[in-house]
Design a protein around this ligand. Structure first.
Ligand SMILES: *[C@@H]1O[C@H](CO)[C@@H](O)[C@H](O)[C@H]1NC(C)=O
Ligand SMILES: *[C@@H]1O[C@H](CO)[C@@H](O)[C@H](O)[C@H]1NC(C)=O
Ligand SMILES: *[C@@H]1O[C@H](CO)[C@@H](O)[C@H](O)[C@H]1NC(C)=O
Ligand SMILES: *[C@@H]1O[C@H](CO)[C@@H](O)[C@H](O)[C@H]1NC(C)=O
Ligand SMILES: *[C@@H]1O[C@H](CO)[C@@H](O)[C@H](O)[C@H]1NC(C)=O
Ligand SMILES: *[C@@H]1O[C@H](CO)[C@@H](O)[C@H](O)[C@H]1NC(C)=O
Ligand SMILES: *[C@@H]1O[C@H](CO)[C@@H](O)[C@H](O)[C@H]1NC(C)=O
Ligand SMILES: *[C@@H]1O[C@H](CO)[C@@H](O)[C@H](O)[C@H]1NC(C)=O
Ligand SMILES: *[C@@H]1O[C@H](CO)[C@@H](O)[C@H](O)[C@H]1NC(C)=O
Ligand SMILES: *[C@@H]1O[C@H](CO)[C@@H](O)[C@H](O)[C@H]1NC(C)=O
Ligand SMILES: *[C@@H]1O[C@H](CO)[C@@H](O)[C@H](O)[C@H]1NC(C)=O
Ligand SMILES: [Cu+2]
Length: 568
């Protein structure tokens, strides 16, 4: 029922919509209606509750052309669970309120509510979307955004395909997150399966068929059919909860041509290392013996793997798509071969014809020490000794509308004790703090972030963390081993052809240097893309140009202290 007092509003909305439609008539509008709900699914043969979009996980692919406006009407039918969806890699220029990050850019979408996301996909490339509320992404709410270029691309191919990689747990996200906040702490452990485009295979032999049914068609392997002589662009993305992955197509090389929506100077790999939140396009030529099929594999790297490989089939037409390759799947690289992963990171450079030069100097340098700590007996991840947690009122609304008492006004430190902190020894900072304080950046300045890895609270252990920045791309200026030297390492930065990305790994016991311009008014999360690490505090938030943010839509409000704003 339309209430009387909202009639003028409705009229205004109609005019607004007409204007919007007129304004964007040049570019296209891609309109999607999604129903998000729980369904029983068996992606690796094991039956569990999975969050689906219109019945699917991975969800529908958003297909658009650069400059298009994407409108997604999300209907939250999860019944007892909130929801928020993040558009990963889309910078949301002018629409920071549609970034979809609960606690940062919006209040959660309540069960039964419909929320309309509307944003422009301003650049071609391969992007993602996924839940950004609690550890909800792991329950299956994820998919791909493919934005076609208006201009010719610097490579050619016959067919354009997608593969999303993921790891998969049998426990619910609730069991996992409760374990992570428990005393004693209960780690989520290694995933049960690796999924290739939503399909995997768990060994059901010790379970009954009503729980784990190995003949369920939902867990028949993913098949990529190819025709001899043709070249395939495969957009490979990872939305793993924990695992760094190595992706291979048996007997075939892959030429990497795109990373996180940017063309790269092409390079050839046998196995592609890919970290959660990254996207790549690879070109694969179907040039092998066509009388058989080949394995597509995904394997855990950077952790002492216990999860069996993810397997799919690279099917040469007209062989039967389900015919198993006659070989054993190719072996993955050693899980602890940091060197080969570092080499691949260092190899990725901007394509010579698409290089965006970074500013040669920066206005501010923030060094972020990545360690663990314990707070009140619970294990956390921390940045410069501070573990992050989200407020109940989104920062964007609190800052724009000057709502007090939402978050700690004290900003987190810009660095750590460089001289005295030994990154190689076991972290023993039991006295760390947690905070929801944020970094406030001067608008339109150049900011460097140095991710400094260190030993965890376990002996001889440092993990790989894929860091993802919302609202921006950053230039990747360098990677190094050991402790970053603030005085000397910047001299070796790549200022000539650094790749722009939105997600980047910091390798074990190493560092990664990034640069970006604080030129997108809004409030943006920057966090480890490992679901449990962010949950355990591994993230920060940047504010820039809040005074330039336009009028916030009331649809992002309704929680915490934003409720006051909705009262007439
Ligand atoms: C949400 O989707 C369901 C199923 O399509 C439909 O019955 C319901 O009316 C929708 N709710 C809203 C608010 O659009
Ligand atoms: C599945 O597990 C059973 C029992 O542990 C084992 O005997 C069998 O070899 C396993 N199957 C596969 C395909 O790994
Ligand atoms: C297992 O899956 C097969 C194929 O879908 C089906 O015929 C069979 O009934 C299932 N078994 C159980 C116990 O659900
Ligand atoms: C893959 O690339 C390597 C190194 O460039 C080369 O030696 C090998 O022959 C290539 N393999 C195939 C199947 O093209
Ligand atoms: C990795 O796991 C295997 C099997 O559990 C174990 O034997 C090995 O010692 C582990 N390696 C390291 C470096 O922890
Ligand atoms: C860059 O563009 C020029 C002019 O279009 C073209 O000749 C050249 O091959 C391109 N370089 C690469 C590496 O694609
Ligand atoms: C973190 O805390 C530990 C132990 O309390 C201390 O030794 C270390 O200097 C602190 N580091 C920073 C960056 O404050
Ligand atoms: C932890 O404490 C020990 C003993 O006090 C010290 O030797 C070591 O350097 C500390 N580790 C870190 C990372 O500060
Ligand atoms: C932790 O803090 C308490 C109180 O501030 C202090 O007494 C204690 O020495 C600190 N411990 C460490 C390891 O820094
Ligand atoms: C941001 O800085 C750049 C370079 O200094 C300048 O060209 C641009 O006009 C500035 N933009 C705004 C909105 O101030
Ligand atoms: C430390 O861990 C690495 C794996 O990350 C392993 O290869 C190495 O042998 C370990 N060193 C010691 C001294 O335990
Ligand atoms: Cu992490």
């Amino acid at each position: 029922m339309v209430q009387l007092h909202s009639a003028p509003k409705l009229l205004a909305l109609c005019f607004f919509l007409i204007l919007v439609n007129f304004y964007i008539a040049e570019a296209g509008v891609r309109h999607y209606k999604w129903e998000v709900k729980y369904d029983f699914r068996s992606p690796d043969c094991y039956k569990k509750l999975v969050i689906t979009i219109n019945g699917k996980s991975p969800g529908p692919t958003i297909e658009a052309q650069e400059g298009d406006t994407v409108i997604v009407e999300v209907n939250n039918s999860l019944l007892t669970e909130n929801l928020a969806i993040h558009w990963h890699g889309i910078r949301q220029i002018g629409t920071p309120w549609f970034d979809g990050t609960e606690g940062v850019s919006q209040c959660p979408i309540l069960p039964g509510d419909t929320f309309v996301y509307q944003f422009v996909v301003d650049r071609p490339g391969t992007y993602l979307y996924h839940a950004h509320y609690g550890m909800q992404r792991e329950a299956g709410l994820y998919g791909m955004i493919r934005v076609a270029s208006k201009d010719p691309e610097p490579f050619s191919y016959d067919f354009d395909r997608s593969i999303i990689l993921n790891d998969w747990y049998h426990k619910s996200t609730y069991e996992q997150s409760a374990g992570l906040s428990s005393i004693p702490f209960q780690w989520v452990g290694e995933p049960q399966s690796l999924l290739i485009h939503g399909k995997g295979r768990f060994n059901c032999s010790s379970l009954t068929a009503d729980v784990c049914n190995s003949t369920n068609p939902q867990c028949s392997p993913f098949v990529q059919t190819v025709v001899t002589g043709k070249t395939y662009r495969i957009r490979v993305a990872s939305l793993s909860a924990l695992s760094a992955l190595s992706f291979q197509i048996e007997g075939h090389n892959m030429t990497v041509v795109e990373a996180d929506g940017h063309y790269v100077e092409p390079f050839v790999v046998k196995n592609l290392y890919i970290y959660s939140g990254e996207t790549y396009s690879v070109l694969v030529k179907a040039n092998q013996d066509p009388s058989r099929n080949y394995w597509i594999t995904s394997n855990v790297v950077s952790r002492n793997r216990t999860t069996p490989p993810g397997l799919a089939i690279f099917n040469y037409y007209p062989n039967h798509p389900m015919r198993s390759p006659p070989t054993t799947p190719p072996p993955p690289p050693a899980w602890d071969n940091v060197e080969s992963r570092l080499i691949q990171s260092l190899t990725i450079k901007a394509h010579p014809n698409y290089t965006i030069k970074p500013p040669t100097t920066s206005d501010r340098v923030i060094v972020m020490l990545n360690t663990q700590n314990t707070i009140d007996g619970v294990r956390h991840w921390s940045v410069n000794n501070v573990s992050f947690f989200l407020p109940h009122t989104p920062y964007l609304v609190a800052l724009k509308e000057n709502i007090n008492g939402v978050f700690n006004q004290r900003p987190p430190p810009d660095g750590y004790d460089f001289n005295n902190y030994d990154i190689l020894s076991v972290a023993n900072n039991t006295n760390a703090t947690s905070s929801n304080g944020i970094y406030r950046l001067q608008f339109n300045t150049t900011v460097d972030v140095i991710l400094q890895n260190a030993n965890t609270m376990n002996k001889n252990n440092s993990e790989t963390h894929p860091w993802h920045l919302h609202g921006h791309d950053f230039w990747v200026l360098g990677y190094g081993k050991g402790k970053f030297d603030v005085n000397n390492d910047p001299k070796n930065y790549n200022l000539v052809n650094p790749i722009s990305k939105n997600t980047v790994p910091v390798h074990p016991f190493g560092w990664t240097a990034l640069r970006f311009r604080s030129d997108n008014p809004g409030v943006w999360a920057f966090h480890c893309h490992i679901e449990s690490h962010f949950y355990m505090g591994m993230g920060v938030v940047f504010e820039e140009g809040i005074d330039r943010v336009g009028k916030l839509p009331s649809s992002i409000m309704g929680c915490g202290k934003t409720k006051n704003l909705l009262r007439p």
